[in-house]
Ligand binder design. Sequence first.
Ligand code: GNR
Ligand code: NI
Length: 169
Amino acid sequence: MALLPILCYPDPRLNTVAKPVAQFDAGLRSLVDDMLQTMYEAEGVGLAATQVNVHQRVVVIDTSETRNQPLVLINPQITWLSPERLKGEEGCLSVPGIYDGVERAVAVKAQAMDVKGQMQQIEAQGMLAVCIQHELDHLMGKVFVEYLSPLKRNRIKTKILKAQRSEDS
Ligand code: GNR
Ligand code: NI
C-alpha cells in the first residue's frame, strides 16, 4: 500500500479525460488499494484516479460515518439522473480549503464494475449521489470550481497559487 500524491487545481492534468479500464489485474487491485488508503488518509469521501494522475476510469468512495464501507467503481456510467436538482456545498481534495455551492441531481442510478470485473447497479441519493456525480466529473476532466463564475474561479486560482508559493519558499 502507498499514499499517492493528489494533484492540486489549477494543475492542467486534472483536465485529462480518463480511459476505460481494460485489464482487471493485479495492477488495478494495487491502484484501488492505494487510492483507498489515500482517500482515508486525506479524510475525503471519494477519490477519482484523475486526482492521483492516473487517467483511467477508477473511483473509490466511502460516505459512511464509520469509514469502513468502501465502494469501488470501475468504468462507471450514470444511467439516470433525477430531474429534481438541489444546490449543495462541495469541497474537493484537489481544491484544498475551498467550499462552494454546486447544483446536482438529488438522486442517480449508475452501473460500474467492481475490482473483479463484476457489474454492479447502484441507486443513490443524498451525499452518495452528490459524490458519484463529483467523481464522474473528475474522470471527464472537470473540477467542481469549473461550475462557478469566472470571477470566483479566478479568486480561487489566485488563492491556491499564493498558498503553494508560500509552501515552496
Ligand atoms: O471529500 C470530499 N468531500 C465532498 C464534499 C461535498 C461534495 C463532494 C465531495 S468529494 C470530496 C473528495 C474529492 O475531492 N473527491 O474527488
Ligand atoms: Ni474532488
